[in-house]
Design a protein around this ligand. Sequence first.
Ligand SMILES: *Cc1c(COP(=O)(O)O)cnc(C)c1O
Length: 349
Amino acid sequence: MSKVHNFSAGPAILPASAIQAGVEALQNFAGTGLSILEVSHRSPEYVAVMEEARSLVKELLNLNDDYEVLYLQGGASTQFLMTAYNLLEKKAAYVDTGTWSSKSIKEAKLFGEVDVIASSKDKNYSYIPKDLNVPQDADYLHITSNNTIYGTQYKDFPDVNIPLVCDMSSDIFSKSIDANKFDLIYAGAQKNLGPAGATLVIVKKEVLGKVSRSIPSMMDYNVHISKDSMFNTPPAFSVFVVMHTLRWIKDMGMTTIEARNKAKAEMLYTEIEFNDNFKPTTATEDRSHMNVTFLLNDESRNDAFLEACKEAKISGIKGHRSVGGFRASMYNAMGLDSVQALVNVMQTF
Ligand SMILES: *Cc1c(COP(=O)(O)O)cnc(C)c1O
């Protein structure tokens, strides 16, 4: 079978080495003779996996011991409410840059006042609002670093002097960032890190424990921290594959990963710009390097283009219904050859 080029938005492409390690661990995990699906998460072999998966995050993001790393369940969608549960005492500021930020705003409103200080809804979320006016009395500012559905991405993060919370589900570890700028980062694993099931949470300890409400144990970051991310059974297999993805990122190096992602994005955006059949949907300066959204000028040819992609073994290219057209998700594990395959189809179409 020839290679399928996987442009899926999530669950999405993973490094071959991480998949292979997962396959092997399904049969014989760490020499135990047992599948990783059937061993205790309290076994020394598994505790070592959780510890490495946590410490690699700190190492790759240059985080000091003020930060804790957790792998929780419930997806990024549970973090929409958990962040507010733990941090929102009176008022929080949010930037609305798409479907996922809107959902986080909806959940936060259950816990206090939400000040939506900027939104790009006026232009169907095709840009990132700049020059934010951040209220100094807000408990935190929440942003979404990459808008998976609309194809926009922050190139510079806002400088604020209140805690900064960020949903990085679809671009974490895709480029070097100053992670110390953030007080809380969360990301569902299934976009750029591993299989669905685990959600990465990075939190600066000093922002916790300040709200007056009581928090149920499973919703309380401090409870999970006190149990080294093993308060209850973690999503064991998912974390195992995440650990191998992080090892792969470390071997590649963040600089290489970033340069490769940039080269892929330039290759595809150049084709969209110069090919008369296609047009972009997003503001040039805010274009995502992870999820590239584009349209055919003649939308009656959409199905024909999807068919041409299918023939070239290109998968997952259909756009989200809120934007239409096409979306090419090009997460870390995708090589330039897959982007070239898509560009070839666009050129001959
Ligand atoms: C996919 C996605 C989510 C939702 O993640 P779940 O793990 O399915 O809850 C949230 N935010 C962003 C930016 C996403 O891309």
